[in-house]
Design a protein. Sequence first.
Length: 408
Amino acid sequence: MKTKICILSLCLVALGAQAQKTTKNWERIASLGSSHHFYKKVCAFGKDSVFVIDNHGVIKRSTNAGISWEEQVPDKDKRILYDILFWDFKTGFIVGRKGVILKTENGGDSWQVLNPGVSVDFRTIQSDGEQQLWICGSNNLLLYSPDKGNNWIPKTLPEENISNAFCYYRKRCYYASWNQVWVSEDGGSNWQDITANLPGYGDYHFTKFQATEDRLYLFCTKKSKKELLIFQCETPSRWTKTTSALYEIDIDMRNITDVCFRDPENAYILSYSTAPSGAWSAFIYKTQDAGKSWKKDKDEDKPFPHESSSCNLSFPTGNLGYALTSKNLYRSPYTGDFEKTGDSSPLREDFRPRMQRRGGSLLISAPEALQRLRIGSLEGHALRDLPLQGKEAEISLDGLPQGIYILS
C-alpha cells in the first residue's frame, strides 16, 4: 500500500537567523520524584513525551512534558534497564540486563517482553530509522534485527567495550572500544580497523558516537590530560579533529557522562564531581564554538546535587532539553536556543514555497534559500528535523506511516 501523506500547512524559513532567547536556568522536575533506585536514562521527543528508565525495571512516562507521570513495570523479573530508543511516535524499544528487550507499538501505552534467545547484558540500541536494529551486548555480542525486532541475528563485535560506543550512519556501522575504531560496510558482519585514519592518533579513550542529520561525531578523552577530542567523520578515511581545553573549567575527564551536539557549533557536556566530604554533584557545560571552549550552563555555586554519577542529556526539540542524574530529572525550557545574530526580518508575505510529490519523495522549491525543514505530527511532535541548503530540496518520505503531517 502506498503511503498517503497530507500536508496540512507549510511555513519554511528563509536563510537568516532570528535572535533566540537563551537562559542558564535548569529546573528540577519535582513531579517525577527521587527514585529509590537509580535512574539510568531519559528519552524525550516532541514537546510532550518523556520516558525515564531505572535499574529496577521501572519505566516512568509523561505525556505532558513532566507535569504528571505514570509508572510501568512490564518485566516481571525487574531487570536493570540501560537504554531506550524511539524511531517514531509509536514504535520504541528498551534494552537491559540479562537479555531483556521491551517493545511498544502504541507509543508506550503498553510494552511486550521479547525473547532474543540470549541472556547477556544489553547496553545500547541503535536503528536506521526504518526497519533495522542493532543491540550491543556483553561478551562481544551484536544482536541485529532486519525487521523491527521480529527476528534477531547474532553477530560479533570486534572488541568488547563497556561503553558500547556504536552508531549507524549513512549505511555504515561504526564501533569504538577504548582505543580503537572500526567500520562495517555490511551491517556488522565484518569489521575494518580505521583507527589510524583519525588525525593525530594517540593514547585515546573513545567514549561515544553521535549522529546528526549531516554529521557523525566521535568523542574521546586523552589519557592523563584534561582534553576532550571531538572527531567529525566525512568518510571512514577522512576525519577532522577539535581539541577542547577542558582544564580551563576544571573538568575531570573521567567524570563526563554525556556530550551532545545540537548543531555544528553548539553542544553540551554533562559531568559530575565529588567533594572532599564525599558528596556528589553534577554540572552542565556548553560550547558555542564547536567545542573549542566551554562554560558552565548553571551558576557556579548551584550544581545539581545527587547521590551518584550523572546519566544523560536528551533534546527533543530546539527549545527544550532534559538532563538526568541518577536520582533526579532537570529541564531547561530554552536549552539549545543560543543567542544568534543576523537578519531578524520576519517571514515575508511573498515567500511562497512550492511542493510536488514524486514517488516516495517531496520536492520543495522556494524563491530564497531554505535553512531547515521540520516534519511534525498534528499533536506538535517533531518527527524529523532536516537541514536544508539552496532554493530546492528533495525530502524522502520513507518510513513515515500513513497520516497527516505538518511541515514547518
